[in-house]
Design a protein around this ligand. Sequence first.
Ligand code: SF4
Ligand code: SF4
Length: 56
Amino acid sequence: MAYKISDECISCGACASGCPVDAISEGDGKYVIDADTCIECGACADTCPVGAPSAD
Ligand code: SF4
Ligand code: SF4
């Protein structure tokens, strides 16, 4: 399963620049991960200051 970003996201954008496959984009009120593109590397979870991304 791809990673998902919870409502804890504060839209800082740090995860998007660190994603190796550009799967993360700014959405409505939070950032979102494209499930078909995500390779489950976990970098976004390691980068996020509020722990919003998680493996689902
Ligand atoms: Fe990108 Fe890796 Fe996060 Fe998937 S787990 S969205 S590939 S940084
Ligand atoms: Fe949201 Fe965390 Fe990504 Fe920042 S790093 S945009 S808080 S998911």
